[in-house]
Design a binder for this molecule. Structure first.
Ligand SMILES: [Fe+2]
Length: 187
């Protein structure tokens, strides 16, 4: 159930990465991308994985370390990877802000920073889907999942609530809607 949800979130994240890539292509050919879409995607990544997706993965990973240290070692340093992802995202936000502020910034550099973010996110998700999630499904005991669920559904943390999840669903739907409008306008 928890892994199902995390996998579903990976598919959602991939959808947004595809949208970001499409806007980057517009930028690369010298046209003006839809910055509202780009900013919304950055905001989504600033919030969702940081407060929601990664903390859940960290809980699962901590259990995996105890149940099957060798499998956890194969996954590697998850916390560090997540941290590097945040740094890449900050570089993306900074590059986009610079473009919008009309600062002298080479288009190639913007392309490089955004592409680096997209590619490393895809790679990270692929690794988690391939190594991390199957290992967790294999090694964790039912009581582990119960503990993770209760730790991540505590009323003390409203971010883990269903309402929060709906908010993110709506946010994604809005981004996709904006992207559709931008695509239509470019036709
Ligand atoms: Fe993930």
């Amino acid at each position: 159930m928890i892994i199902e949800r995390l996998s579903r979130e990976h598919r959602n994240i991939e959808t947004l990465l595809t949208v970001l890539e499409r806007e980057l292509e517009v930028f690369d050919r010298g046209d003006r991308p839809d910055y509202e879409v780009i900013r919304a995607i950055i905001s989504y990544f600033e919030l969702y994985p940081e407060v929601y997706h990664h903390p859940q993965e960290d809980l699962v990973f901590a259990k995996l370390k105890r149940r099957d240290p060798a499998a956890a070692a194969r996954v590697g340093n998850l916390a560090l990877e997540h941290q590097k992802g945040s740094e890449r995202l900050r570089r993306v936000a900074h590059a986009v802000d610079s473009v919008l502020a009309d600062q002298d910034i080479l288009r190639q550099n913007v392309d490089k920073v955004v592409r680096d973010f997209i590619e490393s996110q895809r790679h990270h998700i692929m690794m988690e889907d391939r190594d991390f999630f199957p290992a967790a499904l294999e090694a964790l005991e039912p009581q582990d999942w119960t503990e993770i669920a209760s730790a991540s559904n505590g009323p003390e943390d409203p971010l883990f609530s269903e309402a929060a999840e709906e908010t993110f669903d709506e946010l994604r739907a809005r981004i996709l809607q904006l992207e559709q409008e931008a695509e239509d306008a470019r036709k």
